[in-house]
Design a protein around this ligand. Sequence first.
Ligand code: PRP
Ligand code: URA
Length: 236
Amino acid sequence: MPMNDKATAPMSGRSQPDRAAVLRDRRLAVIQNALATAMMSRVRDARTGAAEFERLASELAGLALWTACRDLALVESTVPGFAANQIRAHELTERIAGVVILRAGLVFTSPFRRLLPDAPLHQVGVRRDERTLAASVYTHNLPNRKAWADRVLILDPMLATGGSAVSTIALVRSSHEGPIDVVSLIAAPVGVATVLAVDAGCRVHTVALDDRLDERGYIEPGLGDAGDRAFGTLQY
Ligand code: PRP
Ligand code: URA
């Protein structure tokens, strides 16, 4: 979305919850990590170019994925230990699937592949109308059968109004009944509240919970348009 259209103000007059209100919900996890906070400052810095932005955002996306996976179900097994005996081990039991929201969600691709190499990674194309902030799905490749995963991770660095996430959740819910984790880098309180209200089986994990949306629907302090920052397509 271009950053230079100041004529439209779709959030003008809309009330928004504050950080404290959404932090009360235990389905929200905000990552506490000093290194991540410092790295996020470089991501927010408007002087950071596309290649470095993508590198740092992918690093933080990996951290968010680790956090989202912190309590996955495990089953006990055994593996050969160093003394030729069998030792107790653990394996994941849940079938995890990822769903990237295009295009900024692509920063999750490399950490997802690295951490969960056997898990499928689907794509949903969602466009946010810059005048109304309404989200619409323009493409997707989700399976058209039921029970294709036990848990679905929806991956998008920005959770602003929550519209893009809610559209993706609706699509996923047509064939998936299990838990859904929305994994983001920066979330606005109103986006978190919207997602958690729409689906009781959803959790939200984010590296940063920012203050609010500005009148145009950008997260404050935020980082601007994540897709444009990651792909170097900023409009000047
Ligand atoms: C951005 C971002 C999210 C969405 C969040 O996408 O990548 O998908 O906005 O906003 P929301 O919570 O208000 O829906 P955008 O539509 O700008 O597409 P892009 O990723 O292609 O830039
Ligand atoms: N989408 C973005 O990329 N950035 C915002 O601040 C809000 C929505």
